[in-house]
Design a protein around this ligand. Structure first.
Ligand code: 0O2
Length: 201
């Protein structure tokens, strides 16, 4: 079976590399200016053919390049994990300045946590490249889903994700409410950590 990304698979790699380079340059720049890191770590991936097909099926979409590259906008996924909440917002401000890109969707689950306690900042970034896109436009537009959050938020999200996809967990209801409680405690710790860092200077 041919790739769900069709003729556009190679361009996805180019877009991924462009965004990765921008973020690594940012990290380098912050380090040169402050001797500190702009973020703790970065992960960037292209959703596998099988995962994208599975997501299309789950959402009732045709398994084709239009669904994979335009209707769903997370073929390329980036996660930037920071030590401190202020670093998260600095990364977001940097993202606004990346040339040939435009933020087309923003969800602030940090100031507005989801009811289950999930916190993270989500951006859908449209990236213009001198190659054809799925609509036949050249320069073309490709999309990148970005999640920017603290280490605490990231650890919580991994644990909650694990629970969601495991079946037959005993006391699931209790775990859900414990996770919510812990999410709020972690948010409070994130703020205290930020305050201490500011006081240290
Ligand atoms: P997958 O398979 O991980 O790619 P919506 O339709 O608005 O409810 P949407 O458009 O998918 O949701 O966007 P949203 O809310 O920005 O979520 C995007 C991704 O963030 C999700 O991908 C998850 O990876 C993550 N995410 C969102 N909410 C939660 C949460 O409550 N817990 C955890 N652990 N992760 C979350 P998908 O869409 O699930 O698909």
């Amino acid at each position: 079976m041919s790739s769900i990304y069709g003729d556009y698979e190679n361009t996805l790699d180019i877009v991924k590399d462009k965004i990765e380079k921008a973020l690594l340059d940012y990290q380098q720049d912050i380090f040169e200016k402050t001797n500190d890191k702009g973020f703790e770590h970065l992960s960037i991936r292209i959703k596998s053919d099988e995962s994208m097909r599975e997501k299309c099926r789950r959402k009732g979409l045709p398994e084709d390049d239009m669904s994979a590259l335009y209707t769903l906008k997370d073929a390329i996924g980036v996660r930037v994990v920071c030590s401190f909440v202020d670093d998260v917002f600095s990364v977001i401000e940097f993202i606004r300045t990346i040339p040939d890109t435009e933020i087309v969707e923003e969800k602030d689950y940090i100031r507005h946590a989801k009811p289950n306690g999930y916190r993270s900042y989500h951006i859908i970034l449209a990236v213009r490249v001198p190659y054809e896109d799925v609509y036949g436009n050249n320069p073309g537009t490709y999309y990148v889903e970005m999640q920017i959050r603290t280490i605490a938020m990231d650890t919580w999200a991994s644990l909650e994700h694990k629970m969601k996809y495991k079946r037959d967990i005993p006391n699931q209801e209790l775990l859900v409410s414990e996770l919510k409680r812990v999410a709020d405690e972690l948010a409070s710790c994130d703020l205290s950590m930020q305050t201490i860092r500011d006081l240290i200077g």
